[in-house]
Design a binder for this molecule. Structure first.
Ligand code: ADP
Ligand code: MG
Length: 222
C-alpha cells in the first residue's frame, strides 16, 4: 500500500491549535487511511540536509534548513490508496497565496513558503523520505499513529488560532517597503504569543524572523 511522509513544520507545531486542526482535518478528509508512527522532534542539521537534498543549491535552500530548525517538527507516515496525491490535495499549493482557501495551507499558512507542512510530492520520493525518517530518526512505523494523533487533538484543540490573518496583514505591510524589520518582527512575535503559550519568547522571535526571512528571499531576487 502507498505511503507518504507528513511533516508539520515549526509554524504549525509551535501554534499548537493549528497542528491540532490540521490533524483533525486530515482525519476527516482521508477517513480510510492508516497512520504509522508519530514523533515530535528537533530536526538535526544532517537530517534537514538529507530531507531537503533535492533543493540543494536553490536560492531558498539555506532559509529552508534554518526554518525547519526554528522549533520542533511532527513527523508521521500516512498509508492508503493514492495517498501521496490525496494528501498533497488536502495540503494545497506550495505558496500560501496560491493555495485554495479550503486547503490546509490556504487556511493556516502565513506567507509564501511558510506553509505549515511538508508532504511527499510523488510515490518514488515518498519511499525515499519514509526510509530516511524511519531509519535515521526516532519515527517508529511499528507504532500506531492514530492514538498519539487523537491524544494530540484532544490536548490542543482548544488552543486559540486567532492570529493567521493579523500576521498575514503584517507580512503584507512589510512587503511594501521591506523596512522596519524589527518592528514587524516584534508585531508578529506578539501575535504568536497568543497562539503559542508554551514556547519561550525567544523561540517565537526566531519564528517571526524566519517568516520575514522567507519574504526577504523575494526582496533579494528583485
Ligand atoms: P512543496 O513543499 O510544496 O513540495 P517544494 O518542494 O518546491 O514545495 O519546496 C520545499 C519548500 O521550500 C516549500 O514548502 C517552501 O517552504 C519552500 N520554498 C519553495 N520554493 C520557495 C520560494 N520560491 N520562495 C520561498 N520558499 C520556497
Ligand atoms: Mg517538495
Amino acid at each position: 500500500m502507498e505511503q507518504t511522509l507528513l511533516v508539520l513544520k515549526p509554524d504549525a507545531t509551535m501554534r499548537r491549535g493549528v497542528s491540532a486542526a490540521i490533524f483533525e482535518q486530515i482525519l476527516t478528509a482521508l477517513p480510510d487511511i492508516t497512520i504509522k508512527g508519530f514523533t515530535e522532534m528537533a530536526v538535526p542539521q544532517h537530517i534537514a540536509e538529507k530531507h531537503y537534498a533535492i533543493h540543494q543549491g536553490k536560492f531558498f535552500y539555506p532559509w529552508l534548513l534554518k526554518f525547519i530548525q526554528v522549533g520542533h517538527v511532527i513527523a508521521t507516515v500516512l498509508e492508503g490508496k493514492h495517498i501521496v496525491a490525496r494528501l498533497r490535495d488536502v495540503l494545497g499549493a506550495t505558496f500560501v497565496e496560491k493555495a485554495s482557501p479550503e486547503s490546509l495551507r490556504g487556511k493556516y499558512g502565513l506567507v509564501g513558503g511558510v506553509n505549515v507542512a511538508h508532504a511527499s510530492d510523488e510515490p518514488e520520493n515518498a519511499k525515499k523520505e519514509v526510509a530516511l525518517w524511519q531509519h535515521e530518526t526516532n519515527l517508529d512505523l511499528a507504532q500506531d499513529g492514530f492514538e498519539p494523533i487523537n491524544a494530540y487533538i484532544v490536548r490542543w484543540r482548544e488552543t486559540p488560532v486567532l492570529a493567521t490573518y493579523d500576521i498575514r496583514q503584517i507580512c503584507q505591510e512589510y512587503a511594501q517597503e521591506y523596512s522596519n524589520r524589527e518592528l514587524h518582527q516584534t508585531q508578529i512575535t506578539d501575535f504568536l504569543v497568543e497562539e503559542c503559550p508554551e514556547w519561550p519568547h525567544q523561540d517565537l522571535q526566531k519564528l517571526a524572523d524566519a517568516i520575514l526571512g522567507n519574504m526577504d528571499l523575494d526582496r533579494d531576487k528583485s
